[in-house]
Design a binder for this molecule. Structure first.
Ligand code: ADP
Ligand code: ADP
Ligand code: MG
Length: 502
C-alpha cells in the first residue's frame, strides 16, 4: 500500500493532490525549483526537496532529479499532476524500472494516446468515430492535396505530438495548403521534436465535449459523464461546465459508451479524459485522449460526488473500482473559471509578479483551488494560472449567478488577472442561454472586453477600502451626529455598495 507520495508538480495542482493525500493519511513529498522555495506546495508538504534551477527542463522536467528525490525520501509512488511529466511515457517506464509506482496509466497507453495519429488508429479499431482525416502521417504533398479535395476545405493541419492548444493550423483556401503543410511540419519539429503531421476535417460550429473516465487494473472501466469546454481562447479552455447545455440523455449514453470503448482500446487504467468534437447536429468525433488528471476535473468531482485523486491512488494501489456505472448520477450543475495572471487589455499577456492583496471568494457552493498568498511572487517561468474557481448549484442558472457573485468578491491586486473578463462571460447573453460553441469568445469579443463603470479589479479593492472607512465613520456618527448627516452617510454607503454590485 502506498504510504508516501512524491508530487512531481507545482502550483494549484500540487496542493490539490496533497490535500487528498492528507485525508487518507499518506505522507507527501514536494519537489521545487530554486524560484519556488516559498511556494505553497512546499509549505503544505511533509517534506520538500529542491531539484534545481527555475527553468522546467532543469527541474520539474528532469527525470533523474525527480527519481533521485523519490528515492532519497523513500516515496513509494509519484503523482505527476498535469502538464510537466504527466504524459511522458519514458518517465512512467523509468518509475516502473526503479520500483516506484507511477500514479497514472501504463507507459504503453501513454505512448499510444500521446500521439494523435496512433490514438486515432487505436480507437477507430474499437469502433469509436474519429474526425474524418488522414489515416497516418502525411508524407507526400500531392497525396495531401488529393485527400483535401475529397473531404473538402476547411481542414486542420495538426502536429501528431501537439498539445496545450499548440501545433494546429486552420486552412480555409486552396492556395494556402502547401505552404501551411510545410509551416506546420517545421513548427511541429521545433515545438515537439517530432515533425509528424496529419489532416483533419474542420468541424463547423464545433463544441468541445469531453468525458471523464476511470478504469482499474482489472479491466473495469466507467465514465463519469461529460464536461463542456467550448469556451476557449486560442484552442485553450477558459471556462468549463457540466452538464453540457448541448447534451441530451441519449447522446450522453452513447458518447459515454464510446469514451469507455476508447479507453479500452489501449487497456487503459487510471483516470483519463476522452475529448470529442460535436457539431450542431450532434454528430460527435473522437479528438484525443488526455492520459492524466485534467485541469477541469473538479467540476466532475462536484457533480458526481467523488474525489478523483483518491480514485487514482486506489487504482494505483491495485484496488478494484467500487463505483457502479448504473448507480452514478449527475447532481446539479458545476462551472469552473480558470483565473490567470494575465492582462486582458494587453492581448492576455502573462502578468506575473507580487501578489499585494488577495481576498478569496467564499460561501455556499464555492470551491477555490489556488496556491498564491499575499506577498507571494508568481514566477515568470511557469504557466500563469493563479487558481481555479469552481461553483456548484442545483441548476445552471443558479450556478451562473453564483459564479458571478463569487467573481465579484474575488479581489487580487499586484498582478493583472482575467477576473474581469470572466465576469463578462457570466453576463454574456450567449453564455447565459447556453448558446455557444468554440467561437464564443471571438464572436462576443466586443461585449467581453467592455469595461463596466469602475469595477476593474484594482478599483474594486480601492472602493472596498473606502466603503469600510465609511462604515467606521457611520458607526462613530451614530451616537452623536444629527440625523441628517447620518442619512447622507447611509446614502453614500448605498451608492458605493451598488457600484461594487454587492
Ligand atoms: P487541460 O487544460 O484540459 O487539462 P491541456 O491540454 O490544456 O489540457 O493541458 C493542461 C496543461 O498542460 C496546460 O497548462 C498546458 O499548458 C500544459 N500542456 C499540456 N500539453 C502541453 C504541450 N504539449 N506543450 C506545452 N504545454 C502543455
Ligand atoms: P490539444 O492537444 O492542443 O488539446 P486538440 O486536438 O484537443 O488539441 O484540440 C484543441 C481544440 O482545438 C479543440 O477543443 C477545438 O476547439 C479545436 N479543434 C481541434 N480539432 C478540431 C477540428 N477538427 N475541427 C474544429 N475544431 C478543432
Ligand atoms: Mg485537447
Amino acid at each position: 500500500m502506498i504510504e508516501k507520495i512524491l508530487v512531481a508538480n507545482r502550483g494549484e495542482i500540487a496542493v490539490r493532490i496533497m490535500r487528498s493525500c492528507r485525508e487518507v493519511g499518506i505522507h507527501c513529498v514536494a519537489v521545487f525549483s530554486e524560484v519556488d522555495r516559498k511556494a505553497m506546495h512546499v509549505r503544505y508538504a511533509d517534506e520538500a526537496i529542491c531539484i534545481g534551477p527555475a527553468p522546467s527542463n532543469e527541474s520539474y522536467l528532469d527525470i533523474d532529479k525527480i527519481i533521485d528525490a523519490a528515492k532519497s525520501t523513500g516515496a513509494d509512488a509519484i503523482h505527476p499532476g498535469y502538464g510537466f511529466l504527466s504524459e511522458n511515457a519514458m518517465f512512467a517506464e523509468r518509475c516502473a524500472k526503479e520500483g516506484i509506482i507511477f500514479i497514472g496509466p501504463s507507459a504503453e497507453a501513454i505512448r499510444i494516446m500521446g500521439d494523435k495519429i496512433s490514438a486515432r488508429q487505436a480507437v477507430s479499431k474499437n469502433k469509436v468515430p474519429v474526425v474524418p482525416g488522414t489515416d497516418g502521417p502525411i508524407t507526400d504533398e500531392d497525396e495531401a492535396l488529393n485527400f483535401i479535395h475529397q473531404i473538402g476545405l476547411p481542414v486542420m493541419i495538426k502536429a501528431s505530438a501537439g498539445g496545450g492548444g499548440k501545433g494546429m493550423r486552420l486552412v480555409k483556401v486552396e492556395n494556402e495548403i502547401k505552404s501551411a503543410i510545410r509551416a506546420a511540419r517545421s513548427e511541429a519539429k521545433s515545438a515537439f521534436g517530432n515533425d509528424a503531421i496529419f489532416i483533419e476535417k474542420y468541424i463547423d460550429s464545433p463544441h468541445h465535449i469531453e468525458f471523464q473516465i476511470l478504469a482499474d487494473q482489472f479491466g473495469n472501466t466507467i465514465h463519469l459523464f461529460e464536461r463542456e469546454c467550448s469556451v476557449q481562447r486560442r484552442h485553450q479552455k477558459v471556462v468549463e461546465e457540466t452538464p453540457s447545455p448541448l447534451m441530451t440523455p441519449e447522446l450522453r449514453k452513447e458518447m459515454g459508451k464510446m469514451a469507455v470503448q476508447a479507453a479500452k482500446s489501449v487497456n487503459y487504467y487510471g483516470a483519463g479524459t476522452i475529448e470529442f468534437i460535436v457539431d450542431d447536429n450532434l454528430n460527435y468525433y473522437f479528438l484525443e485522449m488526455n492520459t492524466r488528471l485534467q485541469v477541469e476535473h473538479p467540476i466532475t468531482e462536484r457533480v458526481v460526488g467523488i474525489d478523483l485523486v483518491k480514485q487514482q491512488i486506489n487504482i494505483a494501489n491495485g484496488e478494484k473500482l467500487e463505483l457502479d456505472q448504473e448507480e452514478l448520477r449527475q447532481n446539479g450543475h458545476a462551472i469552473e473559471c480558470r483565473i490567470y495572471a494575465e492582462d486582458p487589455d494587453n492581448n492576455f499577456m502573462p502578468s506575473p509578479g507580487l501578489i499585494q492583496h488577495i481576498t478569496e471568494p467564499l460561501g455556499l457552493g464555492v470551491r477555490h483551488d489556488g496556491y498564491v498568498y499575499e506577498g507571494y511572487e508568481i514566477p515568470i517561468y511557469y504557466d500563469p494560472l493563479i487558481s481555479k474557481l469552481i461553483v456548484w448549484a442545483g441548476t445552471r442558472d443558479e450556478a451562473i449567478n453564483r459564479m458571478r457573485r463569487a467573481l465579484y468578491s474575488y479581489k487580487i491586486t499586484g498582478v493583472k488577472t482575467s477576473i474581469r473578463f470572466l465576469k463578462r462571460i457570466m453576463e454574456c447573453p450567449d453564455f447565459r442561454h447556453g448558446n455557444y460553441n468554440t467561437h464564443f469568445i471571438e464572436k462576443n469579443l466586443e461585449f467581453l472586453m467592455k469595461k463596466q463603470d469602475c469595477t476593474s479589479d484594482c478599483e474594486d479593492v480601492a472602493i472596498m477600502t473606502i466603503l469600510i472607512d465609511y462604515l467606521d465613520k457611520l458607526e462613530q456618527a451614530q451616537p452623536t451626529r444629527p440625523e441628517g448627516q447620518r442619512g447622507n452617510l447611509w446614502k453614500e454607503y448605498g451608492r458605493r455598495r451598488s457600484l461594487l454590485r454587492l
